[in-house]
Design a protein around this ligand. Structure first.
Ligand code: UD1
Length: 429
């Protein structure tokens, strides 16, 4: 198993290109199941999760070409994906695949809408809390699907097709919104989703679906209206930039010091996070091609932050923020309100010398003068990148084990940071 070694203490100077958003690319790829025509996606990031999803979709009969070549013909996958689900050959998504990535559960809605049936394993993914799927099932049942849970599988059918209705989610869920939104595009009549998640990736998918012929309004708000259509067609769409990758590198620069331009980043996608990063003492400015993050000397300041659904501070940046304020001058409070148990990075940060006290959903971080390098273990995607940030500021060497978590969501991280002067290398294991 690969590991990453980081020699801490270097400032970051240069340019980091921001990739397409993982959390948009995955549902966009899944949306291709809704039509027999070709969906062309540009700016697809090269990530383990994307590769795994292509295998899952291939199982349903999806044909994929990457940059005009069949997948596998090129050892460096390109960034334009042509996805064609001419015929759905299998409506079952098996445990072996779905258990490895939670988002693959979202094939349920599209398969059900297009084929009138689907059997999808209950999901796996990052081990952060219990992560149920009750809201997904509630939404699809409301659209008229019959749903049974049997042997770890969700078995859904709607032989007469789905029928539009009003769905008010009791809690904001990104995945349930994606699943129901995609299903509703092919339902008869109008569907209204209230308390829909407003994450920019949902808007990106909705815009792509509209290019495919769907009729979705209210994009960007918490009430989505979908006028069902008989069929969807092909389209071409560019995946929006990754706001979590953007925030992560912005925090890395804030922590390590230096000046880095995040090329292709869109500040409007992560205002609340940028505000917090500014509050720690970094300067953030818009440039012609993205945003620039600067911190030259001066102590880091502590912050009090609570994770919230968009447009609030994202849970996917919580671990990274904790690494950033670990060396602030003063005490920070970070409350995690989205996922229980999303604090696995805490014990690893403590191994590096951070002083963090956990009490329920609140982490109190008492800034220390310096972190010290040590061997640590990556436990999930965002936790592992928080260890990278800590490693960049720690004195001496930090070795992060189990970095396959990083490869799920961060494209060429050691190359991107290395080009900005970080002492970082991948050790093949
Ligand atoms: C998505 C993101 C993930 C991000 C999360 C929250 C992708 C691929 N993943 O995950 O990176 O951290 O949004 O922004 O886009 N819940 C229920 N019942 C359900 C569904 C969810 O109770 O049926 C709960 C969850 O346990 C959690 C909260 O709702 O407490 C939010 O989860 P959700 O927004 O659904 O997260 P994901 O879509 O899995």
């Amino acid at each position: 198993m690969d590991s990453i070694r980081i020699g801490g203490g270097r400032r970051l100077v240069g340019t980091i290109p921001i990739s397409g958003a993982k959390n948009a690319a995955l549902p966009l790829m899944i949306a291709s199941l809704l039509t027999e025509e070709t969906l062309i996606l540009d700016n697809v990031p090269e990530l383990a999760d994307v590769n795994l999803l292509t295998r899952i979709l291939g199982n349903h009969g999806l044909d994929l070409t990457v940059d005009g070549k069949r997948a596998g013909e090129s050892d460096r996958p390109g960034r334009t994906y042509r996805l064609t689900a001419g015929e759905i050959v299998d409506t079952t998504a098996p445990y072996e695949l779905v258990s490895r990535m939670r988002a693959s559960f979202w094939v349920l809605g599209p398969l059900l809408a297009r084929c009138g049936q689907a059997k999808v394993s209950m999901p796996g993914g990052c081990a952060i809390g219990t992560r149920p799927v009750d809201l997904h099932l509630m939404g699809l049942s409301a659209l008229g699907a019959r749903i049974d849970v049997d042997g770890g599988y969700v078995v859904a059918s709607a032989p007469g097709g789905l029928v539009g209705t009003r769905i008010a989610f009791p809690k904001v869920s990104v995945g349930a919104t994606h699943n129901v939104l995609m299903a509703a595009t092919l339902a008869r009549g109008e569907t209204v989703i209230e308390n829909a998640a407003r994450e920019p990736e949902i808007g990106d998918v909705a815009e792509c679906l509209n290019k495919m012929g769907a009729r979705i309004s209210g994009i960007g708000t918490s009430t989505l209206r979908i006028d069902g259509v008989d069929r969807l067609g092909g389209a071409r769409h560019e995946v929006l930039p990754d706001r979590i990758e953007t925030g992560t590198y912005a925090m890395a620069v804030a922590a390590a010091g230096g000046e880095v331009e995040l090329e292709g980043a869109r500040a409007d996608l992560l205002e609340s996070a940028l505000q917090v990063i500014r509050a720690t003492g970094a300067e953030i400015t818009n440039t012609n091609s993205g945003i620039k993050v600067t911190r030259n000397g001066g102590a880091l300041k502590p912050v009090d932050v609570e994770t919230q659904p968009y447009p609030g501070f994202p849970t996917d940046l919580q671990a990274q923020l904790m690494a950033l304020v670990a060396t602030a001058e003063g005490t920070s409070h970070i409350r995690e309100t989205i996922f229980e148990n999303r604090f696995m990075h805490v014990q690893e940060l403590v191994r590096l010398g951070a002083e963090i006290h956990l009490d329920g959903e609140v982490a109190t971080v008492r800034g220390v003068a310096a972190l010290k390098g040590a061997p640590v273990m990556a436990t999930d995607l965002r936790a592992s990148v928080s260890l990278v940030i800590a490693g960049l500021v720690a004195k001496g060497d930090t070795v992060i084990n189990r970095v396959y978590h990083l490869d799920r969501g961060f494209e060429r991280i050691e190359e991107k940071l290395g080009r900005c002067g970080a002492d970082i290398e991948r050790l093949a294991g």
